[in-house]
Design a protein around this ligand. Structure first.
Ligand SMILES: Cc1cc2nc3c(=O)[nH]c(=O)nc-3n(C[C@H](O)[C@H](O)[C@H](O)COP(=O)(O)OP(=O)(O)OC[C@H]3O[C@@H](n4cnc5c(N)ncnc54)[C@H](O)[C@@H]3O)c2cc1C
Length: 511
């Protein structure tokens, strides 16, 4: 068995030495998105030799920024927000020292089609009733519609058990919801949370958003918004931290294939696109789901359950539009708004959140449209014009303001689609090939395609490696506690058990 020598004070002391020390186990992480970064972050200080290989010239994967050639300024590929229920993302940011780079927002501002605002915030009642007061005060639904939504919410506890494969839209209609409650309430919350249309959405995932995000705990729904560009948060800062911890990071180092030894069927390294071989005892394959199959040698592919299923996964697009205006368009103090019944779903005021104003004043807004299938046939100028017209129908000043600069970025494969039955396609992090682990928001975490899901998958892969090294421990952080009344009314949270700390790996790797 390979031997690790932990130096982390949380871990057990190393076994008494027997003289000559073996060379440290080598871990190669393929992919510098949040999954790969999270896996690497949990393996440092253990006496392992860790190399992280990323094909692009930057870290962060889908949560990154590009440089605007006109200004040299970083522009996020799209706004990324998380919620307080994302306990592992928060743990990750705390460990790597970036937790102070988020604004924690205790209320969600909704803006209806008549320009009226409603604020969702916790009142004095215990969970799951803590949001009832502000929901009853919301102006985008009538009182009768709120009662209807309340009925649907009460039925959610048992959703998804009776008709597997049913879409959430069909489920809602079976449970008394109307076009208006679906569009103005359920769709408004879920389409952006899960990046999918309701008629293509799995009931279990929809249920999880409401139960785990909004109902089980008083603070779970609170938003966390970065106060710096994503490239700073998950690129520059992470690189500094990991390199200081001894991780070797190689950018522009695309992997062509993983290598598996002929005798034992264990992973033995990776080959870069340049042809260079990098030997490894463990490989964490943390690339997007549609890149995995090409990296696994044909003769090994049949050994990994779920690899074929990845070919049946589908992607869902997100469009982010950035506007720099010469004057304020939305109220300067408004940091964000969820817009009800519009093309635009979220407005983020970066001048207020990040203090980023165009030179000479004005306002920098970012608008987000999830599951943006309807925009796919349009070119960027047509997208700009539609989004601008929609914005002007909220704030007419957008019509008079001069648009100094703009970007429209559609990520066609933004996330895997949470269509009904998708859970059956998501493979575990551990594979039957010794030393090979999968990681990424698409692996089996129980979470939708989110930064939290990506970090959990990285922690689970790291758990598997530690278990194989004879250092079993649980790295995945627990969910926020379910309040007693919420437990009574909603039942216990259904969490996916972490990857079992298996016995030490079967193949001896003495070198
Ligand atoms: C537009 C958009 C908006 C989003 N908004 C949110 C949000 O608000 N909140 C939220 O929680 N989530 C959001 N997400 C989802 C979130 O970004 C992802 O769930 C998360 O970043 C996925 O991380 P990952 O590490 O699993 O994958 P990725 O970020 O895709 O990382 C995979 C990495 O592998 C690299 N790679 C690929 N092939 C190779 C190879 N052969 N060799 C080496 N490296 C390779 C890639 O370059 C990439 O860096 C959004 C995503 C998008 C696209």
């Amino acid at each position: 068995m390979i031997e690790a020598r932990p130096t982390d004070p949380d871990l057990d002391p190393p076994a008494a030495g027997t003289g000559r020390r073996p060379s440290p186990p080598r871990v190669v992480v393929v992919g510098g998105g949040l999954a790969g970064l999270a896996a690497a972050s949990r393996l440092v200080r253990l006496g392992l030799e860790i190399t992280l290989l990323e094909s692009r010239p930057r870290l962060g994967g889908r949560a990154s920024s590009f440089v605007d050639p006109a200004t040299g300024e970083p522009v996020d590929n799209c706004q990324h927000v998380s919620m307080a229920c994302c306990t592992n993302l928060a743990d990750f940011c705390r460990r790597v020292g970036t937790a102070d780079l988020f604004r924690r927002v205790p209320e969600i501002v909704f803006l209806d089609d008549r320009g009226r605002t409603s604020r969702l915030r916790a009142g004095p009642l215990p969970a799951p009733m803590h949001l009832t007061g502000s929901f009853l005060a919301a102006r985008y639904l009538t009182f009768a519609e709120k009662l209807r939504v309340g009925f649907g919410m009460a039925c959610l506890r048992f959703a998804g058990r009776d008709r597997p494969g049913e879409s959430f839209d069909a489920w809602l209609r079976r449970h008394g919801q109307t076009d208006r409650t679906i569009e103005r309430f359920w769709g408004t919350v879920l389409v952006s949370a899960l990046n999918e249309r309701l008629d293509r959405m799995d009931v279990g995932h929809a249920r999880k958003v409401f139960l785990d995000g909004f109902l089980r705990n008083r603070t779970g729904f609170r938003m966390e918004i970065p106060t710096v560009p994503l490239g700073e948060l998950y690129g520059v800062r992470l690189r500094q931290w990991l390199e200081a911890e001894g991780v070797e990071i190689r950018l522009k180092a695309g992997v062509r294939s993983i290598e598996v030894d002929d005798e034992g069927g264990a992973v033995s390294g990776v080959t870069l696109r340049s042809g260079k071989l990098i030997p490894a005892d463990f490989v964490v394959l943390a690339v997007p789901y549609d890149r995995v199959r090409a990296l696994v040698p044909d003769r090994e592919a049949g050994r990994i359950p779920g690899l074929d299923g990845l070919g049946r996964m589908e992607s869902s697009p997100i469009t982010g539009v950035h506007f720099w205006f010469d004057r304020p368009v939305c109220p300067p103090q408004l940091e964000h708004a969820v817009t009800v019944g519009r093309l635009i779903q979220w407005v983020f005021n970066h001048s207020a959140i990040q203090g980023r104003e165009p030179e000479g004043g004005g306002q920098y807004l970012q608008l987000v449209i999830s599951a943006s299938y309807d925009l796919l046939p349009l070119d960027k100028v047509a997208i700009r014009d539609r989004v601008l017209a929609d914005l002007a129908s909220i704030w007419p000043s957008a019509r008079e303001a001069r648009l100094l600069r703009w970007w429209a970025v559609t990520e066609h494969g933004a996330t895997f689609s949470v269509r009904p039955g998708v859970e059956g396609l998501r493979p575990d992090q551990r594979t039957p090939i010794d030393g090979l682990f999968l990681s990424g928001d698409w692996t089996a975490t129980g979470w939708p395609a989110t930064m939290e899901g990506a970090v959990r998958s990285g922690y689970l892969a790291a758990e598997g490696i530690l278990a194989d090294l004879g250092l079993p421990r649980s790295l995945v952080r627990p969910d926020l506690p379910t309040a007693p009344l919420a437990r009574l009314l909603l039942g216990r949270a259904e969490t996916r058990p972490p990857i079992p700390p298996g016995s030490a790996r079967r193949t001896p790797l003495a070198r």
